[in-house]
Design a protein around this ligand. Structure first.
Ligand code: ADP
Ligand code: MG
Length: 324
């Protein structure tokens, strides 16, 4: 266990991306960061130009051909948006841009404006052509937003990049999306130790530590990007039904899964479903585990076979949940 850990970080995708390796391999490190940067450049909607922005700019006028990589992610984003009871919606862009939560100029928009933008957020109104890899937003003003899944997709691709350099033990952390690759050389039982952040506390303040191997850990929560107005908290996951931030008993949901894209999709979906409906949904997916953290300080853990959770928070109660 005298392994040396090499850590590298860069500011990308609006967050700090860090990579931990246990061999020195600078070509692999630069390949990882270059890949992330290249993918961000294609997928972002926070700049005026990207492949996704070229689709958005052509809303209401014509289909736009995109690369296979971008098309694949958009196809999966549409599927996730059409799942029954899914609060995940890749057509949510007009509302994200209106609220500006996590960006300069956020405010609570007038109700009429929210209602008007809601009419532009139907995933069915986005047409995909599998043969030509085109995407068509059929109404003017529609916008795709892949913010809830891009980091997961990108994390999975970095795993492939590392594998192409013969690296099979690593951690890639894309600001809250953590992908552990292989087994840990740092611990005697070869489990990685991944911290679960305490909501609304300093970055190094933890609720507990997950022990796991070769898994993705993705959290969706209300405490990373939000603002408070008149004592009400407005966070960045928008309810596609109401157009307002989702409001339920949860502070966060963490998904433990094999790949990070799935974790990213389901952290958002299960967050929207809340504890009871979220657990029912989770139980359909044997390969996924979850940790729900509630506003009344309960930690509800489901599917232990994928991970162990060691609590560090005396003020939070660990609960099992009996479905009605
Ligand atoms: P995080 O960015 O903290 O990882 P999420 O994965 O849940 O959290 O993604 C939140 C981002 O996804 C928002 O910043 C916004 O860009 C976008 N978004 C907001 N509401 C929705 C929604 N209902 N469905 C899909 N994407 C959303
Ligand atoms: Mg997500």
């Amino acid at each position: 266990m005298s392994e040396t850990c090499h850590t590298y970080s860069q500011q990308l995708m609006g967050t700090t991306v860090s990579l931990q390796l246990f061999v020195e391999n600078l070509p692999a490190v630069s390949a990882v960061f270059q890949t992330i940067q290249a993918l961000e450049t294609r997928l972002t909607v926070n700049r005026n130009h990207s492949e996704v922005m070229s689709i958005n700019h052509a809303a209401g006028s014509q289909p736009v051909a995109v690369s296979k990589l971008v098309f694949d992610l958009i196809r999966q984003a549409k599927q996730a948006s059409l799942l029954p009871h899914s609060c995940f919606n890749f057509a949510i862009g007009p509302l994200v841009k209106l609220w500006k939560i996590g960006f300069n100029g956020h405010s609570v928009p007038p109700a009429e404006e929210i209602a008007q933008r809601l009419t532009l957020t139907s995933p069915e109104l986005i047409r995909l052509d599998e043969k030509n890899h085109t995407v068509f937003l059929t109404r003017t003003g529609m916008e795709i937003d892949l913010g809830a899944i891009a980091k997961g997709y990108i994390a999975d691709i970095t795993k492939l990049v590392l594998a192409s350099y013969g690296i099979h033990q690593a951690i890639i952390n894309c600001g809250g999306n953590v992908l552990t690759i292989g087994s840990s050389p740092l611990t005697s039982n070869q489990q990685w130790h991944i911290g679960l952040k305490r909501p609304f506390a300093a970055a190094d303040s933890l609720l507990g530590i997950l022990h796991l191997q070769n898994k993705s850990v993705v959290t969706s929560g209300i405490y990373e990007r939000y603002f408070i107005l008149n004592e009400k908290l407005y966070h960045h996951i928008i309810d596609p039904q109401s157009g307002y931030p989702l409001d339920n008993e949860l502070q966060s949901v963490t998904i433990i899964s094999d790949n990070s894209l799935t974790g990213d999709i389901y952290s958002t979906i299960l967050y929207g479903l809340g504890v009871e409906r979220g657990i029912k949904e989770l139980d359909k997916h044997q390969y996924m585990g979850a940790i729900f953290v509630t506003k009344d300080k309960k930690i509800i853990i489901r599917s232990n076979q994928h991970f162990e959770f060691k609590s560090l928070a005396d003020d939070y109660q660990i609960c099992s949940y009996e479905l009605n």
